[in-house]
Design a protein around this ligand. Structure first.
Ligand code: PLP
Length: 344
């Protein structure tokens, strides 16, 4: 902000125009993506809306396969696609809100235009094994879009291995970037063939030519941009994204597993019911404790500066980050035990 205050409009050339590429570069390093394949947006909802605006839903190829446990904001977006001719297929959850990958695979066929799924479910922190799901999508000729918001930063996401067409994520959860930054990865396999309808002057080959159209889309990273980028939000996101990229996906995953493992062991010791997956392959970064009076327990803990949250249906959610120490996990679990006792 000092650049804007002190340098005025010159801030664009001197500093600001480089910021989106710096932040997107951290994401690209974290997810093993090609340079120029990630664009920034104000949030994941807009990032997905840009991706969806590239697609058509023609009779016979009109189905959007998602799950009942995807993030509500995205489910609302997919609902809206019905007005563009899409038929929405929501794969239901099984007991305990678990999504079975086999159910997703079975829902995909030659009528599927898009498979849009979360890699880690926001509510239960279940990791989905998306390999077979995306393989089926590819085999059926469908586009895939992965919401990796809850994954990047605690799961070692590698787009070279997973091979989604689109992947989205954001700044508020594991990447510690504050509100205002979402990102969209577009695979180079499809990048140049896509023409987003949700576009704008910064996606033009030469924005400062102020060409009145037709739109000539940039061939590189700006293809999926639209209006003026939200530089202040990206400045806020920059350090958190850079730190995560420097640590790297493998080390982030290793520490997350160690801390969530410690949380689970202490939950067992204190007799607290666990609602999120325990197996390492299915365990995201959040541990859900299905304690009695969870909402009140959560409020009590928040009042004593333990940062956590509560979701109806799964209880309190504890999410150790890469900066969390082992002794902090122990301390938090002691406080959880006391708060649960106090609310009984
Ligand atoms: C899986 C998932 N997707 C999306 C979002 C948020 O979307 P947006 O950036 O549009 O607010 C969240 C927020 O918690 C999330 O957990």
């Amino acid at each position: 902000m000092a650049a804007w205050a002190g340098r005025g409009v010159r801030a664009w050339e001197e500093k600001w125009s480089a910021i989106p590429a710096e932040v997107a570069g951290s994401v690209e390093r974290l997810i093993q993506a090609e340079p120029g394949s990630v664009s920034l947006h104000p949030n994941v909802t807009v990032a997905q809306a840009v991706a969806l605006s590239c697609l058509e839903f023609a009779p016979g190829r009109d189905r959007v396969v998602c799950t009942a446990e995807d993030f509500p904001s995205e489910l609302y977006l997919y609902e809206g696609l019905a007005r563009r001719g899409a038929t929405i297929v929501r794969v239901p959850a099984r007991e305990g809100r678990r999504i079975e990958e086999a159910d997703l695979v079975a829902a995909i066929d030659e009528r599927t235009a898009l498979v849009a799924v979360s890699q880690v479910l926001f509510r239960t922190s279940q990791i989905l094994d998306l390999g077979p799901v995306l393989a089926k999508a590819r085999a059926m000729g469908a586009i895939s879009m992965v919401d990796a918001y809850q994954a990047v930063g605690i799961v070692d996401v590698d787009v070279r291995a997973l091979a989604p067409d689109f992947l989205t994520g954001g700044s508020i959860k594991w990447l510690c970037g504050g509100p205002g930054t979402g990102y969209l990865y577009v695979s180079p396999r499809v990048h140049g063939n896509l023409h987003p309808a949700l576009t704008g002057w910064f996606a033009h080959e030469q924005p400062f030519a102020f060409d009145s159209g037709p739109q000539r889309l940039h061939m590189g990273e700006r293809r999926f941009w639209n209006g003026t980028p939200c530089i202040p939000a990206y400045c806020a996101a920059k350090p958190g994204f850079a730190i995560a990229a420097e640590i790297g996906g493998e080390a982030l995953r290793e520490k997350s597993l160690r801390l969530t493992g410690r949380l689970l062991a202490l939950a067992d010791e204190h007799g607290l019911a666990v609602g999120s997956p325990r197996e390492e392959a299915k365990r995201g970064g959040t541990v859900c404790l299905d304690v009695p009076h969870a909402e009140q327990v959560c409020a009590r803990l928040l009042a004593s500066d333990v940062l956590l949250d509560f979701r109806p249906g799964v209880g309190i959610r504890l999410a150790p980050h890469h900066y969390t120490r082992d002794d902090e996990v122990d301390e938090v679990m002691e406080r959880v035990r006391k708060a649960v006792d106090a609310e009984r």
